[in-house]
Design a protein around this ligand. Structure first.
Ligand code: CP
Ligand code: NVA
Length: 299
Protein backbone atom coordinates (compact mmCIF):
# COMPACT_ATOMS: atom_id res chain seq x y z
CA UNK A 1 0.00 0.00 0.00
CA UNK A 2 1.33 3.45 -0.89
CA UNK A 3 1.88 5.58 2.22
CA UNK A 4 0.91 9.25 2.14
CA UNK A 5 1.69 12.09 4.54
CA UNK A 6 -1.22 14.52 4.58
CA UNK A 7 -1.06 15.21 8.31
CA UNK A 8 0.99 14.15 11.32
CA UNK A 9 -1.63 11.61 12.40
CA UNK A 10 -0.89 9.61 9.24
CA UNK A 11 2.10 8.33 11.25
CA UNK A 12 1.88 6.16 14.36
CA UNK A 13 3.88 7.49 17.31
CA UNK A 14 6.71 5.01 16.69
CA UNK A 15 6.75 5.93 12.99
CA UNK A 16 7.05 9.61 13.91
CA UNK A 17 10.09 8.66 16.00
CA UNK A 18 11.54 6.76 13.02
CA UNK A 19 11.09 9.75 10.68
CA UNK A 20 12.70 12.10 13.21
CA UNK A 21 15.60 9.68 13.67
CA UNK A 22 16.04 9.40 9.90
CA UNK A 23 16.10 13.21 9.72
CA UNK A 24 19.40 13.08 11.64
CA UNK A 25 20.90 10.78 9.00
CA UNK A 26 22.89 13.15 6.79
CA UNK A 27 24.05 10.34 4.48
CA UNK A 28 20.83 8.50 3.65
CA UNK A 29 20.41 5.96 0.85
CA UNK A 30 19.66 7.69 -2.46
CA UNK A 31 16.10 6.40 -2.59
CA UNK A 32 15.14 8.84 -5.39
CA UNK A 33 18.08 8.02 -7.67
CA UNK A 34 16.97 8.38 -11.27
CA UNK A 35 13.51 9.57 -10.22
CA UNK A 36 11.68 12.86 -10.09
CA UNK A 37 9.64 14.62 -7.43
CA UNK A 38 6.65 16.71 -8.52
CA UNK A 39 6.29 19.75 -6.23
CA UNK A 40 3.06 21.71 -6.78
CA UNK A 41 2.56 25.15 -5.20
CA UNK A 42 -0.81 26.91 -5.32
CA UNK A 43 0.59 29.43 -2.78
CA UNK A 44 3.97 31.17 -2.41
CA UNK A 45 6.83 29.47 -0.54
CA UNK A 46 10.43 30.19 0.42
CA UNK A 47 11.38 27.56 2.99
CA UNK A 48 9.21 24.68 1.86
CA UNK A 49 10.12 24.91 -1.79
CA UNK A 50 13.86 25.32 -1.24
CA UNK A 51 14.11 22.71 1.50
CA UNK A 52 11.99 20.17 -0.35
CA UNK A 53 13.91 20.65 -3.61
CA UNK A 54 17.22 20.19 -1.78
CA UNK A 55 15.91 17.16 0.15
CA UNK A 56 15.04 15.56 -3.19
CA UNK A 57 18.51 16.38 -4.55
CA UNK A 58 20.19 14.90 -1.45
CA UNK A 59 18.20 11.69 -2.03
CA UNK A 60 19.47 11.48 -5.61
CA UNK A 61 16.28 12.72 -7.29
CA UNK A 62 15.28 15.61 -9.54
CA UNK A 63 12.68 18.10 -8.26
CA UNK A 64 10.17 19.61 -10.69
CA UNK A 65 8.40 22.59 -9.12
CA UNK A 66 5.18 23.90 -10.64
CA UNK A 67 3.93 27.18 -9.17
CA UNK A 68 0.97 29.54 -9.20
CA UNK A 69 -1.57 29.45 -12.01
CA UNK A 70 0.42 26.83 -13.88
CA UNK A 71 -0.59 24.23 -11.25
CA UNK A 72 -4.27 24.46 -12.28
CA UNK A 73 -5.70 21.90 -9.86
CA UNK A 74 -9.43 21.63 -10.69
CA UNK A 75 -9.19 24.48 -13.18
CA UNK A 76 -6.96 23.02 -15.89
CA UNK A 77 -7.71 19.43 -14.90
CA UNK A 78 -8.92 17.55 -11.85
CA UNK A 79 -6.78 16.78 -8.83
CA UNK A 80 -7.25 13.08 -9.59
CA UNK A 81 -6.10 13.37 -13.21
CA UNK A 82 -3.02 15.34 -12.15
CA UNK A 83 -2.09 12.71 -9.56
CA UNK A 84 -2.59 9.82 -12.01
CA UNK A 85 -0.32 11.45 -14.59
CA UNK A 86 2.39 12.64 -12.19
CA UNK A 87 2.54 9.16 -10.58
CA UNK A 88 3.84 7.91 -13.93
CA UNK A 89 6.78 10.34 -14.02
CA UNK A 90 7.80 10.74 -10.38
CA UNK A 91 8.68 8.85 -7.23
CA UNK A 92 6.73 11.27 -5.04
CA UNK A 93 4.15 14.05 -5.41
CA UNK A 94 4.08 16.93 -2.93
CA UNK A 95 1.64 19.82 -2.98
CA UNK A 96 0.84 23.12 -1.26
CA UNK A 97 -2.87 23.80 -1.71
CA UNK A 98 -5.75 25.82 -0.36
CA UNK A 99 -8.36 23.06 0.15
CA UNK A 100 -7.02 20.05 2.06
CA UNK A 101 -9.50 17.83 0.18
CA UNK A 102 -7.42 18.31 -2.98
CA UNK A 103 -4.59 16.41 -1.28
CA UNK A 104 -6.97 13.67 -0.18
CA UNK A 105 -8.29 13.33 -3.71
CA UNK A 106 -4.79 13.14 -5.15
CA UNK A 107 -3.80 10.53 -2.57
CA UNK A 108 -6.90 8.46 -3.37
CA UNK A 109 -5.56 7.66 -6.86
CA UNK A 110 -1.79 8.30 -6.70
CA UNK A 111 0.46 5.25 -6.98
CA UNK A 112 3.37 7.12 -5.32
CA UNK A 113 3.40 8.90 -1.94
CA UNK A 114 1.57 12.24 -1.71
CA UNK A 115 3.02 14.74 0.79
CA UNK A 116 1.27 17.82 2.20
CA UNK A 117 3.50 20.90 1.89
CA UNK A 118 0.79 23.02 3.62
CA UNK A 119 -2.96 23.21 3.18
CA UNK A 120 -5.51 25.48 4.83
CA UNK A 121 -5.95 22.72 7.44
CA UNK A 122 -2.47 21.36 8.15
CA UNK A 123 1.29 21.86 7.83
CA UNK A 124 2.76 18.52 8.90
CA UNK A 125 6.20 18.97 7.29
CA UNK A 126 6.58 22.07 9.46
CA UNK A 127 5.71 20.05 12.55
CA UNK A 128 8.43 17.49 11.76
CA UNK A 129 11.02 20.29 11.68
CA UNK A 130 9.61 21.80 14.86
CA UNK A 131 9.84 18.53 16.77
CA UNK A 132 13.32 17.84 15.41
CA UNK A 133 14.46 21.26 16.63
CA UNK A 134 13.00 20.66 20.08
CA UNK A 135 14.57 17.19 20.35
CA UNK A 136 17.93 18.70 19.44
CA UNK A 137 17.49 21.18 22.30
CA UNK A 138 15.75 19.11 24.99
CA UNK A 139 16.26 15.46 24.06
CA UNK A 140 13.18 13.41 25.00
CA UNK A 141 10.15 15.71 24.84
CA UNK A 142 7.96 13.70 27.20
CA UNK A 143 6.55 15.98 29.90
CA UNK A 144 7.83 19.19 28.27
CA UNK A 145 5.20 21.88 27.68
CA UNK A 146 4.55 23.84 24.50
CA UNK A 147 2.39 26.96 24.24
CA UNK A 148 1.10 28.05 20.84
CA UNK A 149 -0.13 31.66 20.77
CA UNK A 150 -2.01 32.97 17.72
CA UNK A 151 -4.35 31.70 15.03
CA UNK A 152 -5.49 28.12 15.58
CA UNK A 153 -5.25 27.14 11.91
CA UNK A 154 -2.92 24.93 9.85
CA UNK A 155 0.41 25.22 11.70
CA UNK A 156 -1.29 25.03 15.09
CA UNK A 157 -3.44 22.04 14.11
CA UNK A 158 -0.50 19.88 13.04
CA UNK A 159 1.74 21.06 15.88
CA UNK A 160 -0.85 20.13 18.52
CA UNK A 161 -1.05 16.57 17.29
CA UNK A 162 2.69 16.11 16.75
CA UNK A 163 3.59 17.56 20.14
CA UNK A 164 0.93 15.46 21.87
CA UNK A 165 2.27 12.34 20.09
CA UNK A 166 5.67 13.17 21.63
CA UNK A 167 3.83 13.26 24.98
CA UNK A 168 4.24 16.99 25.42
CA UNK A 169 1.79 19.06 27.45
CA UNK A 170 0.05 21.24 24.82
CA UNK A 171 -1.48 24.66 25.45
CA UNK A 172 -3.07 26.87 22.77
CA UNK A 173 -4.15 30.51 23.19
CA UNK A 174 -6.22 32.18 20.48
CA UNK A 175 -8.64 35.09 20.34
CA UNK A 176 -12.34 34.15 20.48
CA UNK A 177 -13.40 32.63 17.17
CA UNK A 178 -9.86 31.58 16.14
CA UNK A 179 -9.52 28.40 18.20
CA UNK A 180 -8.38 25.24 16.45
CA UNK A 181 -11.14 23.02 15.08
CA UNK A 182 -12.60 20.63 17.67
CA UNK A 183 -11.56 17.68 15.47
CA UNK A 184 -7.89 18.76 15.67
CA UNK A 185 -8.10 19.27 19.43
CA UNK A 186 -9.75 15.86 19.90
CA UNK A 187 -7.09 14.17 17.78
CA UNK A 188 -4.36 15.71 19.93
CA UNK A 189 -6.25 14.81 23.10
CA UNK A 190 -6.04 11.16 22.11
CA UNK A 191 -2.37 11.47 23.10
CA UNK A 192 -2.49 13.70 26.16
CA UNK A 193 -3.45 16.96 27.82
CA UNK A 194 -4.45 19.89 25.58
CA UNK A 195 -5.49 23.24 27.06
CA UNK A 196 -7.31 25.67 24.75
CA UNK A 197 -7.70 29.16 26.19
CA UNK A 198 -8.25 32.78 25.16
CA UNK A 199 -5.56 33.99 27.58
CA UNK A 200 -1.96 33.98 26.27
CA UNK A 201 -0.46 34.31 29.77
CA UNK A 202 -2.34 31.21 30.94
CA UNK A 203 -0.95 29.22 28.01
CA UNK A 204 2.62 30.48 28.29
CA UNK A 205 3.00 30.30 32.08
CA UNK A 206 5.99 28.05 32.84
CA UNK A 207 6.08 26.65 29.29
CA UNK A 208 9.28 25.16 27.86
CA UNK A 209 8.41 26.26 24.32
CA UNK A 210 6.51 29.30 23.00
CA UNK A 211 5.40 29.15 19.36
CA UNK A 212 3.60 31.58 17.09
CA UNK A 213 2.65 32.07 13.42
CA UNK A 214 1.39 34.96 11.30
CA UNK A 215 -2.02 36.45 12.14
CA UNK A 216 -3.16 36.50 8.49
CA UNK A 217 -2.30 33.36 6.54
CA UNK A 218 -1.79 33.07 2.80
CA UNK A 219 -5.15 33.67 1.17
CA UNK A 220 -6.31 35.91 4.04
CA UNK A 221 -4.36 39.02 3.02
CA UNK A 222 -7.53 41.10 2.73
CA UNK A 223 -8.29 40.34 6.41
CA UNK A 224 -4.87 41.50 7.63
CA UNK A 225 -6.02 44.90 8.96
CA UNK A 226 -9.00 43.48 10.80
CA UNK A 227 -6.90 40.68 12.25
CA UNK A 228 -4.36 43.15 13.68
CA UNK A 229 -7.21 44.38 15.87
CA UNK A 230 -8.51 40.94 16.76
CA UNK A 231 -5.06 39.61 17.71
CA UNK A 232 -3.95 42.66 19.74
CA UNK A 233 -2.54 41.32 23.01
CA UNK A 234 -1.34 38.10 21.38
CA UNK A 235 2.11 39.38 20.39
CA UNK A 236 4.87 37.15 21.74
CA UNK A 237 7.01 39.83 23.36
CA UNK A 238 9.43 40.01 26.27
CA UNK A 239 6.56 40.21 28.77
CA UNK A 240 5.03 36.98 27.49
CA UNK A 241 8.37 35.18 27.18
CA UNK A 242 9.11 36.29 30.74
CA UNK A 243 6.17 34.21 31.93
CA UNK A 244 7.56 31.04 30.31
CA UNK A 245 10.16 28.76 31.91
CA UNK A 246 13.57 30.44 32.45
CA UNK A 247 15.19 28.23 29.77
CA UNK A 248 12.20 28.40 27.41
CA UNK A 249 12.79 28.54 23.65
CA UNK A 250 10.88 30.45 20.99
CA UNK A 251 9.79 28.93 17.67
CA UNK A 252 8.12 30.46 14.60
CA UNK A 253 7.47 28.68 11.30
CA UNK A 254 8.31 31.91 9.42
CA UNK A 255 7.78 34.17 7.55
CA UNK A 256 7.68 36.51 10.57
CA UNK A 257 5.96 39.86 10.84
CA UNK A 258 8.00 41.72 13.45
CA UNK A 259 5.81 43.87 15.70
CA UNK A 260 2.72 41.79 14.99
CA UNK A 261 2.75 38.15 16.20
CA UNK A 262 6.31 38.49 17.56
CA UNK A 263 8.47 41.37 18.76
CA UNK A 264 11.87 41.92 17.17
CA UNK A 265 13.50 41.44 20.57
CA UNK A 266 12.05 37.92 20.98
CA UNK A 267 12.70 36.87 17.40
CA UNK A 268 16.34 37.98 17.63
CA UNK A 269 16.89 36.77 21.22
CA UNK A 270 19.14 33.93 22.38
CA UNK A 271 15.95 32.01 23.19
CA UNK A 272 14.88 32.05 19.53
CA UNK A 273 15.66 28.88 17.58
CA UNK A 274 13.94 30.01 14.38
CA UNK A 275 16.95 29.75 12.05
CA UNK A 276 17.84 26.25 13.26
CA UNK A 277 14.13 25.44 12.91
CA UNK A 278 14.13 26.70 9.31
CA UNK A 279 17.25 24.63 8.51
CA UNK A 280 15.54 21.60 9.98
CA UNK A 281 12.83 21.81 7.30
CA UNK A 282 15.46 20.30 4.96
CA UNK A 283 16.57 17.55 7.34
CA UNK A 284 13.02 16.68 8.38
CA UNK A 285 11.75 16.41 4.80
CA UNK A 286 14.78 14.37 3.72
CA UNK A 287 14.04 12.04 6.64
CA UNK A 288 10.36 11.86 5.71
CA UNK A 289 10.97 11.11 2.03
CA UNK A 290 13.65 8.58 2.89
CA UNK A 291 11.29 6.84 5.31
CA UNK A 292 8.29 6.91 2.94
CA UNK A 293 10.28 5.65 -0.05
CA UNK A 294 12.21 2.98 1.85
CA UNK A 295 8.81 1.65 2.89
CA UNK A 296 7.77 1.55 -0.78
CA UNK A 297 10.81 -0.57 -1.66
CA UNK A 298 10.06 -3.11 1.06
CA UNK A 299 6.55 -3.84 -0.28
N1 CP B 1 7.30 27.87 7.07
C1 CP B 1 7.01 27.77 5.76
O1 CP B 1 6.29 26.86 5.32
O2 CP B 1 7.56 28.73 4.97
P1 CP B 1 7.27 29.00 3.43
O3 CP B 1 5.83 29.45 3.33
O4 CP B 1 8.24 30.03 3.00
O5 CP B 1 7.44 27.70 2.68
N1 NVA C 1 -0.34 29.90 8.64
C1 NVA C 1 0.59 30.32 7.62
C2 NVA C 1 1.79 29.44 7.61
C3 NVA C 1 2.87 29.83 6.66
C4 NVA C 1 4.01 28.86 6.65
C5 NVA C 1 -0.09 30.34 6.27
O1 NVA C 1 -0.89 29.43 6.00
O2 NVA C 1 0.16 31.25 5.48
Amino acid sequence: MTRHFLDVADLHADELDQVLAEAENTAPRRVLAGQGAALLFEKPSLRTRNSMEMAVVQLGGHPVSVVGDEVGIDTRETAEDIARVLSRYHGVIAARVFEHTKLERMASVATVPVVNMLSDDAHPCQTLADLLTLRQRFGDLKGRSIAYVGDGNNVCASLMVGAAMQQMDVRVATPPGYAPRPSSVERAQEWGEVLVTEHPLAAVSGADVVYTDVWASMGQEQEADARRGVFAGFTVDDRLMGAAAPDAVFLHCLPAHRGEEVSTSVLESAQSLVWQQAENRLHAQRGLLSWLLSGEEQQ
